[in-house]
Design a protein. Structure first.
Lengths: 341, 341
DNA sequence: CGATTTCTGATGTACGTAAATCAGAAATTT
DNA sequence: AAATTTCTGATTTACGTACATCAGAAATCG
């Protein structure tokens, strides 16, 4: 049987109350006694039964998810996953609040973060826009001992406790190698389509992509990045224009959202133009396009995993508990038409 | 506040004891009363607090993992992950026993399964060798109401509750497309290296691989499968022989374990022979080979995820609880040299 | 050394559920 | 209608921890 507080008390020769004071860092214990108890805890290898503790405390975890508005499928999916998490609220003892903030809007995000100060909150998860003001606001929350997790897009040099998202540099590099190898030594131009260079995940993907392209696929030339702002309409017109003006384009890497527009533009020039296309985010639209051959590979991050991971990490951090690091690593999914879930 | 058994009792106008009898399906409740209670449960939306229930029951889950012996890295890693799970035993209320059985040995596996009958066990996870005798033994356990989960390799037509592993047909198809596209229209022979056609995962990978190759890459010819029995030494000699006898081999798909031997054979013919190679299972050896360019892609299943998922599913099944299906889907990881974890 | 302050022990209640006991009510049988 | 049998209610203890209260012991101070 696993040891309990009673066993500690017996082993240390003190009362239950004293053990409790030591365990919960309450005052009223002499240093020598405290050390005696801590020694006993180590000796018998006591591990707190979190379930029982939470039951006794009547613990609930008020969590806040700050997610961008925007009508692209990925953010829609993310919001839907957070919503799913709220459905598990009672069984997971969470109380999740969703705060929506306009995409790429730094002041609005800062305001949302600052509004949380002083509130009784067990954790905050946010899709970060990578700006110093946001970092400062996050750091303020952290200094108030509120667990903060960045979701999908990380925040440079901030003190956030955890990042629940993929390694975007690796994602960009992977996209480059896939495109490069799929193009099999051909020569031509490549178009890169991004949402906005204001978010770190997009910058990092581009960085990884450019690095591998430059180093290993010299025959492929990168054209200036098109910024579609993750908006399908805008994306569509940008791509259509680029394709009609440049007949040397043989590949496209879309590292942001808004792929509905990209796909529409591609369909318009098929089958005359043969293009190798790698995009991010598996959505209804990209899935169909992958199956019908309009695009060749989809890189994906599983929003459901990210949300569940964020919840686990915030809870554990709030309790000062360790997490299974390997379990919380968000993996880059690579989908070809053959391994769709 | 979320409703408790007390609320049910009040709502149904019965006592706590009666509610308890209904909830735990104990005798001693008249049909009309039982229905009244069940109606009240629905009405107020009661959800059992599993943590509190487990605490009260002093529940522990005695679990058994049956894993093959064998000195290839993958099985080694799998055993190590199960071992890791035992380290979390006390906090997860599990009591995990590991049973080792010689690989591909049907009678031994059946004996190990039958030995569990009648024992007080909350769940069994096994790496299945796909034989009717094994299926029958599994079905016997299932009929004793013991949760059974297949791990890594599934069992055809059995009544096992869950399969914690990847979709191997999809894996084979994916390997085919990667190899096919990486070879970019070239013509030549392909060697497929398997462990044993006795295990379903290997058969399925081959099936998926062959299907896509035949349908979409007619210029690539499949040679007869080499069976390396997941043994590095045997694998090495098989591959060396094949490469020296056939100069038209331009690609290799290794769908089993024992890749140490494959890599050794490849190093011996490099850099004269240029081969595109896709293998399964990310290990110390395949990782290095991927980085140094000896192999081009690694398909992987995360043994840690599989083991943790198996534990979650067995516990949930034992409790008659639902699982988050999406969370328990084991994904096929595709690693290029750029997205190694 | 007595008076105060600080520490420690003993004890009880609570969290939500499981499980047991016993008495009394209702239904069924004789 | 009496005697059973079958249900139901009331109550209690337990799981492992948190937290509060109060009394008594030990340490510190004047």
């Amino acid at each position: 049987m696993r040891p309990t507080v009673h066993d500690i008390a017996a082993a240390a020769g003190v009362s239950l109350a004293t053990v409790d004071r030591v365990l919960n860092q309450r005052p009223g214990v002499r240093l020598v006694t405290r050390e005696k108890v801590e020694e006993a805890i180590r000796q018998i290898g006591y591990i707190r039964d979190v379930a029982a503790a939470n039951l006794a405390k009547g613990r609930v975890y008020p969590l806040v998810f700050i997610v961008p508005t925007g009508d692209n499928s990925f953010m829609h999916g993310l919001r839907s996953e957070v919503h799913h998490a709220t459905l598990r609220a009672s069984i997971e003892r969470t109380d999740i609040r969703i705060v929506e903030v306009p995409a790429f809007d730094v002041p609005a995000l800062v305001a949302a973060l600052d509004a949380l100060q002083g509130q009784d909150i067990a954790g905050v998860a946010l899709v970060a826009t990578d700006a110093p003001e946001v970092r400062a606001a996050v750091d303020r929350l952290v200094s108030e001992r509120i667990p903060v997790v960045t979701l999908v897009s990380d925040l440079t040099d901030s003190t956030r406790h955890h990042y629940a998202g993929i390694d975007n540099i690796a994602a960009g590099r992977t996209a480059a190698r896939l495109l490069g190898r799929f193009l099999g030594g051909r020569e031509g131009d490549l178009t890169v389509l991004a949402g906005s260079m204001l978010v770190r995940d997009h910058r990092e993907r581009l960085q990884g992509f450019s690095a591998v392209m430059a180093a290993e696929f010299p025959k492929l030339r990168l054209l200036p990045v098109l910024e579609g702002r993750d908006d399908p309409e805008r994306t569509k017109s940008l791509v259509s224009k680029a394709l009609s003006e440049n007949k040397d384009i043989i590949g496209i890497y879309s590292l942001g959202a808004g792929n509905r527009g990209l796909i529409a533009a591609l369909k318009a020039v098929r089958p005359e133009r043969e293009l190798t296309v790698v995009v991010h985010e598996l959505t209804q639209h990209t899935r169909v396009a992958l199956v019908d051959g309009t695009i060749d590979a989809v890189l994906n991050q599983d929003a459901g995993h990210e949300v569940r991971s964020a919840v686990r990490v915030m809870k554990a951090t709030a309790d000062g508990q360790a997490v299974i690091a390997d379990q919380e690593r968000i993996r880059l999914d690579i989908f070809l038409k053959d391994n769709l879930p």
